[in-house]
Design a protein around this ligand. Structure first.
Ligand code: LIP
Length: 330
């Protein structure tokens, strides 16, 4: 059990702090975008694992700002950040309150001026995600969620927040053929990965009546380039499903809370889903899932007279995992 006890009121206070910090960070993100767009030089852009795994000075500056603010406000909390992890600061996860932060999720979008960029502030407590704040400063969209207290979207700093999902009751989802699905190419561009993902994406989108074997002919696929915003859009109901292999806990921690509090259901890899889907562990986000780097999330689906929402979510994930192929992460 954690030594630090957090009450519902504590989580509300942490949320208020995190929202203010997200807005402050958002201003720095916008400043950085203007700087990057105003110069032809690529000097403030560096590569991590390869030429599509990018980081900028602003990723680091935002994370430094966030880390310093958290240390001042919550000195006993632990911290996991994408850029700190990249520089070798990799503390083990404990039961204690731990901020799990991606300072700029959608870095490639940030570099290109594609406005699907956010800061993602998640809080892990007793080894489970319990609080999330995702803020896109380009669209001034603030997603928030606390476990057991719902999740919300605020469009504009002075607007009232809307409870998620926006559709009430959530719409049905008869099959993958009616789904809008988020998938990502990610930064692993090995032939085995690209070939496997291409085959999976083709099967999801293809027409079985026109030559695509086992095609699902989904309404369409989207690749926004931000795991956090993909989770947020599933929570909102703007996406039906998001699936990714290869992103990290800091990409998904906040989004998991926001999606779950909006009635979404989160699972992990093919094998994780197969081993939990018919048990009481189905939909429980464990440390294994959070750190497993393979994620699927399905939006809320309302109960009908013949099917519970959670059974529809299980059916959709089963159909999905029968259509796509697993691939190892690097
Ligand atoms: C990104 C993720 C995205 C993934 C990208 C990248 P970053 O995070 O949000 O889902 O496909 O490869 O990892 O690097 O922009 O913080």
């Amino acid at each position: 059990m954690p030594n630090i006890k957090l009450t519902e009121n504590d989580l509300q206070s942490i949320l208020s702090f995190s929202v203010e910090l997200a807005r402050t960070s958002g201003a720095l993100i916008l400043e950085g975008s203007a700087a990057i767009q105003s110069t032809s030089s690529q000097s403030d852009i560096s590569e991590k694992n390869n030429s599509v795994d990018l980081v900028t000075e602003y990723d680091v500056r935002v994370e430094d700002l966030v880390k310093k603010s958290i240390k001042e406000k919550y000195p006993l909390f632990n911290f996991i950040g994408e850029e700190s992890y990249s520089s070798g600061n990799r503390p083990p996860l404990t039961e204690e309150p731990t901020f799990c932060v991606d300072p700029i999720d959608g870095t490639t979008n940030f570099i290109h001026g594609f406005p699907f960029v956010c800061i993602s502030l998640g809080l892990i407590y007793d080894r489970r995600p319990v609080l999330g704040v995702i803020y896109n400063p380009f669209l001034d969209q603030m997603y928030t969620g606390i476990r057991g207290q719902g999740s919300f979207l605020q469009r504009g700093a002075t607007a009232s927040r809307q409870r998620l999902p926006l559709a009430s009751p959530p719409k049905p989802l008869p099959s993958l053929s009616q789904a809008l699905i988020a998938v990502e190419w990610g930064s692993d561009r090995r032939k085995v990965t690209i070939d496997t993902k291409s085959q999976s994406f083709s099967r999801l989108a293809g027409n079985p009546a026109q030559g695509v074997e086992d095609g699902k002919m989904a309404h369409s696929l989207r690749s926004l380039g931000s795991a956090a915003l993909n989770f947020a859009l599933v929570a909102q109901g703007g996406l039906d499903i998001y699936w990714e292999i290869g992103c990290w806990p800091w990409d998904v921690c906040a989004g998991i809370v926001i999606a779950e509090e909006a009635g979404g259901l989160v699972s992990g890899s093919h094998s994780f889903f197969a081993s939990t889907s018919e048990t009481e562990r189905f939909g429980v986000v464990t440390e294994e899932l959070l750190t497993g780097r393979k994620y699927i999330v399905v939006r809320a689906i309302a109960d009908t007279s013949t099917e519970r929402g959670i059974d529809a979510q299980r059916r959709i994930i089963k159909e999905f995992y029968e259509s796509v192929q697993d691939v190892d992460t690097t």
